[in-house]
Write a protein that binds this ligand. Sequence first.
Ligand SMILES: *Cc1c(COP(=O)(O)O)cnc(C)c1O
Length: 405
Amino acid sequence: MGVTELFRKSVEEVRREGRYRVFADLERMTGRFPVARNHGAGPAEVVVWCSNDYLGQSQNPAVIAGGRTALESMGAGSGGTRNISGTNHLHVLLEQELADLHGKEAALLFTSGYVSNAATLATIGRIVPDLVIFSDACNHASMIEGIRHSGCEKQIFRHNDLADLERRLAACDPDRPKLIAFESVYSMDGDIAPIAAICDLADRYGAMTYLDEVHAAGLYGPRGGGISERDRVAHRLTIIEGTLAKGFGCMGGYIAADADVVDAIRSHASGFIFTTSLPPVLLGSALASVRYVKQHPELRARHQERAARLKRLLASAGLPVMPSTSHIVPVLVGCPVKAKLVTDRLLLEHGIYVQPINYPTVARGSERLRLTPTPFHTDALMEGLVAALVEVWQTVGLYEPLAAE
Ligand SMILES: *Cc1c(COP(=O)(O)O)cnc(C)c1O
């Protein structure tokens, strides 16, 4: 078999299982969020229901203005790595803003949230000899990659299971350094970690803590500092990690921690050192976005209200909305082929764009739609969505098996 055949064959397997990924070719339009122009099959315009631009910040005029000013006054590229001519004053300001957001001494920017997780976790493992990392079973791929590269012993505890975590901590040599790595809002089920209780265990067993707030930064807490701010436990966490790409509507990742921790990661993390720093346009827009989000709690209140309303509407229409204690609204399909049928029909017949979520992002048999209503999804849009889902559920034959369960 030739090499080309191997590539084709690897994709054939994905196709056969019905989980071949097709990207929607969309063009987002400033001022029209959540509507986008559709360059693929189907209507010319679609309503986006699966964006991680949770607050619509990508199109906030203040955020666009921040980016435009920086682009026009400082140019397109940053000019280098952070160490070699690529530290722009905006990096310094944004890191101060993020440290303040999470109540930490310092923060450090990365190219993305993925890189911040992978680089930081791998580096901690190399700095702290004999470290054991306790990792939640549902942690994101970027954390798993970082832990793998850390070379440390890894203990995977059952998702959000304090008893399993404690059993593993207790079984570990008390003299070995430990780190508990977990997320606040889990993005596929929309459930939330018991952060305070995990910090209690960390105190009892002398462990450090690493919290991914990617799906909560900007969205929870009085100033958008995430679930750790909402629960008043930010000071108890060793490292808080976040993204500028979701709640803040831009791009880039970061960690916030004590100055000594940040200094060590800054000095040793390959994924931080050997890559060009974020450009002015991103820094200017992200800085404007973080500042805006801090000052606008009513945006977070409206976001939560929209999610609660959508959950109620789906449940009263008899649609299988999964339990979620956050802004994420998962709807169970349970089969990759049907998930694709459902989303194709939603797009082609109803102008509603939802990407199906399949294995390996979620477990086989739990394929789903993952709806993310934003402050800009109106009552009318929600009613249109629910009516379309009911029609598609009937057409695809999903109502009956669910009713029979
Ligand atoms: C999206 C995501 C990341 C990666 O963030 P990016 O900025 O998109 O690279 C990290 N952790 C979790 C839990 C995520 O869902």
